[in-house]
Structures are given as structure tokens and as C-alpha cells.
Design a protein around this ligand. Sequence first.
Ligand code: XIL
Length: 347
Amino acid sequence: SEVTLKDAFANKFLMGVAINDNQASGRDSAGAQLIIKHFNSVAPENCMKSEVIHPEEGRYDFTQSDRFVAFGEKYNMDIIGHTLIWHSQLAPWFCVDENGKNVSKEVLTERMKEHITTVVSRYKGKIKGWDVVNEAFEDDGSYRQTKFYEILGEDYIPLAFQFAHEADPDAELYYNDYSMAHKGRRDAVVNMVKKLQAKGIRIDAVGMQGHFTMEFPKVEDFETSLLAFAATGVKVMITELDLTILPPPAPNVGADVSANFDYQKEMNPYPDMLPDSVSKAWNDRMSEFFKLFIKHSDKVTRVTVWGATDADSWRNDWPMKGRTDYPVLFDRNYQPKPFVNEMINEA
Ligand code: XIL
């Protein structure tokens, strides 16, 4: 029988994928089959974000998150929780009062504690590890000005980790961020990890989102960050891997390319299929990154692709809506990219 991704990397790292509710519920059964076959770890693409799981104060909605966890359990996968504290897809009530004003330190601390405790406890013993805090820094290493930071300052990070640890002492805890090849963010994350460690607060891994373009990052810069994180003693996880083939939006193009005919061709050059030469360039670059993960497989414990097939990928709609992108490991017919088979042989 055919070798799969998870088998190929079995003695190197977990092979993970972000899944959506169509897959977890089995409505997309071909997608679910592909996931079961090739992956041994799952992350929830959206259903555990606070706006979904905790839409109003005092009201939780676990419909999708329960299905997600049940899917992972049924197929014996390592289940990742994503994400507890994030400024984006944030429940609108979380940091403000009924007049939209920031709540006090005390109130926000209490809300964070209640949210984290409720969500983590529900899946205690089932979720292997949590992305506790997501995207707290800017490229230059300064703290992102989120509501959490505005109200609590940098303390919100250790607090979140502490609450998560109390709710499930056996769960692994991760810090997750993007554009990690930037020196500013790299240094800031290293400092943050060291501060948590100095306070005796659990942190198991740094998650490096891999939302790559054909230009950014340079493999060497990504490697420098990977090694810097590992040098603090934590593991490294490649958490949200995808490689867009599309050009970055021109500054004067609106968010919705489908409405902008002048730019449609320029911004959406491959609406039907990827030409071979372009597909080869994509394959080569993706292979380079996988070779890096393999080279450092003593440090990298998981590689999670952000979407099962190109049709599922958020990159079709980000940073601009209405484009056709080819960013992940399986195509729109659920077939592996040539790179997948090359990697299976390489591993
Ligand atoms: C994305 C999802 O893939 C989309 O479906 C959603 O509309 C927006 O969020 N960083 C993260 C992920 O940590 O949770 C984001 O996922 C992509 C960027």
C-alpha cells in the first residue's frame, strides 16, 4: 500500500492539518478521508476562536469544537487547541463593557480566567496542547496594541499561560506567531519565552506560522529564528504552513479583486490552473522548507499545514478576496502535489 505523509515523517515530526467543520462533520467526506489518511494531528481552523466558541458573555457554543475534538479522538490524532487569547476573531464583548469602553484590569483578568478555564477544562486530557497566546508582537518586536495589551500590559501573556496550566496541568502550552523570520519579532519572542521560564510558568513550544510567499521569508532567516527559539529549551512547531503563489496586492487595489476588473488579471493570474513552470517553482520552494524541517527534526515536533486542499485554503480570500490560490499540499481534486511524493521519498 501507498506511503502516506504521516508514515513518511513518523520518526521526525507529527504531520498536522487545520480542519474545518465540513471535514470534522464528514459533510466533506473526501476531505475527511484525505485527512485521516495523511495526517496524525489536527488543529481547528476557526471553531475554537473566542468569537465562535464564546460569542456572548456567559454563553458558549461548543457545537463545532466538540465535533472537531471527536474527530481527532476517533482517529487517534494529536489534537491541538487554537487559540485562547488572540486580538483577531475576538468575541466582541470580551474586552469592553456595554458602552464599548475598555473594562478594568480586574474585569479582563477575570474574563480571561473564566474563558480559559472553561474551554481548557472541557477538553482536559483530550487536547494535547494549546496555542495559548497568538500574535502578540509586531515585526519590529514591539507589543501589538491589542485590547489585552492596552488593558493589562505585557502581564496578559503570563496570566494566560498560568490560567491554561491550572485548567489542564498535563496540556502542552504554546506561543504562536507569524512572520517569525523578522529579527524584531524573533528577539521579542525569545525574551518572552525567557520571562515565562524565569517565572516558572510552563511553555512547551513556540509555534512558527508558515504563511509564506514566494519572496518572504528567506529560508536562512526562518532557520535563524527556529534555532533561536530552540536555544531557549522549548520545542518548535511549524503551525500554519501555506505558500501563496499569488502576487501581493498592489497598493491601489481594493480588498475584493472580483469587483475590480482592471486588476483582476494582474492580481489573479491563475484562475483555472497553475502553469507547470510556476507549479515547479512552488514545489521547489516548499521542498526547501521541508528539507529545513527535516534537518532540524530534533527540534521541530510538528508541522501543521493550514488547510487540507487548495480549495479549503483561506489564502484564496486573503489578503484579497476572490482569487484562486494554490498554497497547500493537495490540489482541488484531493490529489497530492508532486512535492508530496518527492518529500515522502526524501524522508
Ligand atoms: C484564518 C482562517 O484560516 C480563516 O478561515 C479565517 O477567516 C481567518 O483566520 N493566523 C492564525 C489563524 O492564527 O487562525 C488564521 O486562520 C490565519 C492567520
